[in-house]
Ligand binder design. Sequence first.
Ligand SMILES: [Zn+2]
Length: 395
Amino acid sequence: MQANCIKNLLDLKDVIVKNIKNLKDKVEIYIELPVKEHICPSCGCSTTNIHDYYTQTIKDIPIYFKPTYLIFRKRRYVCKHCGKKFFEQNDLLARYARRTTRLTGFVINELRNLVSQSDVSKKANVSPSVISKTLPYLAVSNSTLPRVLCIDEFKGNTGNYKYQVALINGETYEVVDILECRQKHFLCEYFKKFPKEQLDNVQYFVTDLWETYKDIAFTYFRKAKIVADHFHFARYVCNAVNDIRIAVQKKLPKDERKYFKHSRKLLLSRQCNLKSDEQKDELSYILINYSEDLRIAYREKEELLDIIHSTDSFETKSKSFSEWVKRNLESPVEKLRDCAKTYQHWYTEIKNSLEVPYSNGATEGFNNKIKVLKRVSFGMRSFKNFKARILLLNR
Ligand SMILES: [Zn+2]
């Protein structure tokens, strides 16, 4: 009974625990496997004849924060028929492993958390190099592509490139893959490896306003609608407002400039999100008293965001967007004309975005995780290890 309790506690099924030594700096668990009929790997005859024993020390998951070792008295059988000597079978470890399978499992599970590799290494009592050697095996790319594919770069600063690319399933938010760099030839190499039916599986390709991604979509995703990510294209008009605000600010006397800096948040927030009367009054004051261009740009920004977030029919939104572009192509404000030109260039993709609920908003939570991961790890030099960590965090 007691022996069974210990076995359950240690989660060591199918082994015989001969002894446990709880030493000052480590725990040693002495184990053996029961004698069992074995099939000779050479001639196929069965045998229970034992030839000799060999003691193997295997690192296991720490118990009570102490390094823990299984002292495995490994049996060697001998074939009665051909004399072949061979080790008994076991599920505990691979042939030459110095760690239990479950310790490796423990390490992998710990790596799913937003902690540094050195923390995992301490907790699991394995060297950091074991972890960095294990990680590349876990950086396994998905072989399938989702119906809604979101593509977005992020500043990973790993490997040889500043920016890495995240491919995310726009419906489940699952990370499909992480690519080392966003250069066109690299992306081509990547996507051309997928069979045609996989590429055709993608019905929506969600992207920021970057020409390379559009080219990739045209080349590989022939069946997909390209959807401009609304977070990205809305940023253009917000930037226009901010640029004008900065220009206004520069012309102000020093003391007033300080006050005016508060206007940034007010001008870039949605008007409907301003809660207090004080904020609303301050915004009106800024819009009335400083610059005609700023007033116009602010109004157009609000108009555009209204269209994006509207629950109207696609036809209505689409019509409003066309009018917005047409109007602003002729705007007296240069920044708005530039913005409208960009939108005109991406007209189809932006219109598509008004029709479907997909955006790269899903990647926002993803980006936050990456930031924390980079912070706890003090950056990651190896791309493969970085990729493995991201995939473990997000799958
Ligand atoms: Zn044999």
